[in-house]
Design a protein around this ligand. Structure first.
Ligand code: UGA
Length: 435
């Protein structure tokens, strides 16, 4: 199959490289000439484990190329994937579809033979139909179908998620489009991946419903964590106790400072907006958004209370700034609420993050960035863990204790063993665990 990927951002680049690995010929396009030049030189503009190698291998094999001309890519493609950004629109929380519709209009001009135009970007229900309308208007006799093929990649595990997905969801409207999509994903038949074929609206809703459900699950366990703290229970045992019920499942029951990232906050907002718009308010999702936003703000209060009601004049060492580990992504990261709130309360912040500091420096002011986790702990009055980078789990607590002015830790990701830390002389507080 010949595939054109419109948009070489996170989803486009990962999907394009993975489709090439499946054996297809993939042409990734982006309007950003600088980005394309870098990709051609083998530089990967995002941090995603394994992606550099995958891109290099497939470029070398002649299956993956990059360019700025959408017409070149679309001209002889069997399928065109729209993987452009859908940021949150200012003011109303709706997904901004400007780039999607602009891509559709350009694709319309470039289509030659029968082509399946697939939305891979996360788009609100109704977008696929509008894409079809735009193309039909520009090319009344054009041979095409539209399809919806939402992405379920987690940053940091994107390649694994693409190559070994739990399922693939495909919204199509004709046998012909279904056949093209089935051929594209054929390699996944070998590992018996369930293919869920639906209509276009269903596929669009499935993506949002999935993310909204996961966001709800996290928010639920976070509230249970608050309750546990009040009554001396341990949220991890509760999560295990309920998660072993197959109907609930163990994943996504890890408590923390609230979900962030480029997907859950944006998608829950857009989903709630759609619900209101069509007269089927998603009140649970609306509550999840509100509770999660409040939680991120509450985390600074938790640190201040732990320090006896004030952090004025104190040095707070921060471990982890990104919204989760294995990424340099700072979008909607809880640190963006926690750090400024601690600064406003008079604290000096010394932070370390293995990948996120360049990005964080653009978004946070007045922060001193350390070169290592130990340096961030040096002379700190309290250490706050915001992101659970694997390397933090391997830190030597004794060395941390020696470096700190006062051995105090607020562990917002529960990466340390409370008993061990207290045994070593730390004053320690996690999330949802007995104090
Ligand atoms: C999420 C979904 O997991 C993917 O399936 C989906 O494809 C993607 O959004 C998307 O829509 O593109 P991602 O945002 O990369 O992926 O990251 P997650 O691993 O889901 O984490 C999201 C946030 O939830 C993070 O801030 C994380 O710390 C938090 N989280 C996750 C918890 O606080 N507790 C958990 O148990 C799990």
């Amino acid at each position: 199959m010949r595939i054109a990927m419109i948009g070489s951002g996170y989803v486009g680049l990962v999907s394009g490289a993975c489709f090439a690995q499946f054996g297809h010929d993939v042409f990734c396009v982006d309007k950003d000439a600088d980005k394309i030049a870098r990709l051609r030189r083998g530089e990967i503009p995002i941090y995603e484990p394994g992606l550099d190698r995958l891109v290099a291998d497939n470029v070398r094999a002649g299956r993956l190329e990059f360019g700025t001309s959408l017409a070149d890519a679309v001209g002889n493609a069997d399928a065109v994937f729209i993987a452009v950004g859908t940021p949150t629109r200012r003011g109303d929380g709706y997904a901004d579809l400007t780039y999607v519709y602009a891509a559709a209009a350009e694709i319309a001009k470039a289509i030659t033979g029968y082509t399946v135009v697939v939305t891979k970007s996360t788009v609100p229900v109704g977008t696929g139909r509008e894409v079809a309308r735009i193309i039909r208007e520009a090319q009344p006799s054009g041979q095409f179908d539209v399809a919806s093929n939402p992405e379920f990649l987690r940053e940091g595990a994107a390649i694994e998620d693409f190559m070994k997905p739990d399922r693939v969801v495909i919204g199509v409207e004709s046998e012909r489009a279904r056949d093209v999509m089935a051929a594209i994903y054929r390699p996944l038949n070998l590992i018996q991946t369930p293919m869920v074929f639906t209509n276009i609206e269903t596929a669009e809703i499935t993506k949002y419903a999935g993310n909204a459900f996961l966001a709800t699950k996290i928010t639920f366990i976070n509230e249970i964590a608050d309750l546990c703290e009040k009554v001396g229970a341990d949220v991890h045992d509760v999560a295990r106790g309920i998660g072993l019920d197959g109907r609930i499942g163990r994943k996504f029951l890890h408590p923390g400072p609230g979900f962030g990232g480029s997907c859950f906050p944006k998608d829950t907002l857009a989903f709630a907006h759609t619900g209101r718009e069509v007269g089927a308010a998603q009140t649970i999702v609306e509550q999840v958004i509100e509770v999660n936003n409040a939680r991120k703000k509450k985390m600074a209060r938790k640190v201040i209370d732990f320090c006896g009601g004030s952090v004025a004049g104190l040095t707070v060492g921060v471990l982890g700034l990104t919204f989760k580990p294995n990424t340099d992504d700072m979008r909607d990261a809880p640190s963006l609420d926690i750090v400024p709130a601690l600064q406003a309360a008079g604290a000096k912040i010394v932070a370390f993050d293995p990948e996120g500091m360049t990005e964080a420096a653009k978004l946070l002011s007045g922060v001193t960035f350390a070169k290592t986790a130990y340096e961030a702990a040096t002379q700190a009055d309290v250490l706050v863990v915001i992101t659970e980078w694997h390397e933090f789990r391997g830190l030597d607590p004794r060395r941390i204790k020696e470096a700190m002015r006062q051995p105090r830790i607020v562990d917002l990701r529960n990466i340390f063993d409370p008993e061990e830390m207290r045994g070593l002389g730390f004053s320690y507080e996690g999330v949802g665990r007995p104090r």
